[in-house]
Design a protein around this ligand. Structure first.
Ligand code: DC
Length: 236
């Protein structure tokens, strides 16, 4: 008994499975930050914006109109969602099909995604699926997951180990999107995302807010990494 106790007390503690939530408006720096955290701490990177984009592309492909709430709800509820782990990134499949990145980031999806994302049935179709990404991360041997979106710290993982909310001035965010060569009406999407009834974009209570307007993305990553590294006992 004595030996067993000694063994247990001296055995190295398994590091906890870590959940990091990053929310914020379009082009606030979420993806760059999430990718960097994923690489540094061995976390599965889940970009939930790409999930809403994939559902949007599928609804558009099926001819569902952005203002047809009945068709949106019934079609969204009927979709079969799967996940492919691609390196450190989780990618959504709809009925076994993955949608090309160029289509996900194209003007048709940019213009429609906030309208579809405001429909409760679309959010409901993704709720359990998003939470289940933690199981997938564990199964693939990741130390945790970093999930970015609009409602991760408020609705998907309100008990996440770390919750961050990134923001930046609209002009700076528009400049970042233009530098990526994207046509995207960020201000309009943010307006729809933050005023919808179902899980609006907002800083989760108790989350760490960070204004990235005057910071380089490297500086954002450094600031967000520090408390995680401290918790894990790694060098910041
Ligand atoms: O992060 P993004 O710009 O690719 O997201 C595209 C849209 O998806 C965004 O305008 C609103 C919606 N979205 C959402 O409603 N909830 C999330 N958790 C992530 C994205």
């Amino acid at each position: 008994m004595q030996n067993l106790r000694t063994l247990i007390s001296t055995a190295p503690m398994a590091p906890p499975f870590l959940i990091v939530a990053i929310d914020g408006g379009a082009a606030a720096g979420k993806s760059t930050t999430a990718r960097a955290l994923s690489a540094r701490f061995n976390l599965l990177h889940v970009d939930t914006g790409s999930y809403y984009r994939a559902i949007t592309a599928e609804l558009l492909r099926l001819g569902v109109a952005v203002d047809d709430a009945v068709a949106i709800s019934s079609t969204a509820a009927s979709l079969t969602l799967g996940t492919r782990v691609d390196g450190r990134r989780a990618r959504i499949e709809i009925a076994g099909r993955e949608i090309e990145e160029t289509e996900l980031r194209g003007p048709a999806v940019n213009a429609a995604v906030s309208h579809f994302a405001a429909v409760p049935a679309v959010r409901a179709a993704l709720l359990a699926y998003q939470r289940d990404q933690a199981r997938i991360a564990r199964e693939h041997g990741f130390a945790g997951l970093v999930m970015e979106g609009r409602d991760i710290g408020t609705a998907i993982f309100p008990d996440a180990d770390f919750r961050f909310f990134l923001h930046a001035d609209p002009e700076e965010r528009a400049r970042r999107r233009a530098a990526e060569g994207q046509q995207d009406s960020i201000a309009e999407r943010d307006r729809i995302d933050s005023t919808r009834k179902a899980s609006p974009l907002q800083c989760p209570p108790g989350a760490t807010g960070l204004d990235s307007t005057h910071l380089s993305l490297d500086e954002v990553v450094t600031r967000v990494s520090a408390p995680i590294a401290a918790r894990l006992g790694a060098a910041a």
